[in-house]
Design a protein around this ligand. Structure first.
Ligand code: ADP
Ligand code: TMP
Length: 239
């Protein structure tokens, strides 16, 4: 498999076409961004860590019957995925109040949210990824109702798996963002990335953040924090 044309340079990954029209070549970059790209730095090793954490979690989800885009890992920073027509939504799931939810409702930090809160954001850098509700999504043609129902069910199932997986290694899964796409045959799959760039993770004992909040809030170096997440996941492989 070889990469051919550069398709897209994002904030965290670079996407290339390959000699197989159904397969994309994904390179994880060392770049970290916050505030929709307004804060941007290079963090050596971040790309490799996010690729490793993503590969590990996608492999587990595939093995547990979840439909994902993940195919295989090529090297430290590169994986192959099934090419999708992406649904332009960020599907956020929250188990505890934090981030924008905490700010919006003045909720107590890490207040448990039962049932888990599902939110959609419209993926648009120009519009700063605004919140969007189900009717707005359908009316604007970004997805139909059946797709939203399927995304809700898949997000819940992924939440169940990941919550238990992180609890096993002493970490609370506070919230996370997923992206979904459709394969050429129409199958809905979990796509993009599964890493601490898109999860909020809190150590159950120390209460420390183990995710990109460390960068967002200038709490110190990010690389050792992501390394801790990877080491713990590897130390307690799924049985
Ligand atoms: P952003 O676009 O937010 O800056 P990235 O740097 O992570 O994010 O770029 C990766 C891009 O690739 C995102 O736009 C994402 O929606 C898209 N993508 C992820 N997985 C796939 C896939 N399997 N097929 C096509 N596009 C994908
Ligand atoms: P929020 O509290 O800022 O709305 O974020 C909720 C979750 O979604 C958190 O785990 C971070 C993740 N997220 C992304 O992955 N990308 C984004 O663009 C945003 C805004 C949040």
């Amino acid at each position: 498999m070889t990469k051919t044309e550069l398709l897209y340079t994002g904030k965290a990954k670079t996407m290339y076409a390959t000699d197989d029209p159904d397969v994309l070549w994904v390179e994880y970059m060392d770049q970290a961004t916050a505030l929709n790209g307004k804060k941007k730095v290079q963090i050596p090793g971040k790309g490799a860590l996010n690729r490793q954490i993503s590969s590990l979690l996608f492999e587990e989800l595939n093995a547990n019957g979840f439909a994902t885009h993940y195919l295989k890992t090529l090297d430290d920073t590169t994986m192959l995925v099934k090419k999708c027509a992406m649904i332009p939504l960020e599907a956020v799931v929250r188990n505890f109040a934090s981030g924008s939810f905490e700010r919006k409702f003045h909720a107590a930090h890490l207040q448990p949210l039962v049932p888990a809160v599902h939110e959609f954001y419209y993926k648009s850098d120009a519009l700063d990824d605004p919140f969007i509700n189900d009717e707005q999504i359908v009316a604007l043609g970004y997805a139909d109702k059946a797709t939203l129902v399927a995304i809700h069910a898949m997000s819940d199932a992924v939440n169940g798996y990941l919550k238990a997986r992180f609890a096993q290694i002493g970490i609370d899964l506070v919230d996370f963002k997923l992206e979904f796409g459709r394969l050429a045959d129409g199958t809905l799959v979990l796509a993009d990335e599964l890493s601490p760039d898109n999860f909020r993770l809190v150590d159950e004992v120390s209460g420390r953040s183990l995710d990109k909040d460390v960068f967002r809030k200038d709490q110190g170096p990010l690389q050792p924090v992501y390394q801790t997440v990877l080491d713990r996941l590897k130390g307690a492989q799924h049985v």
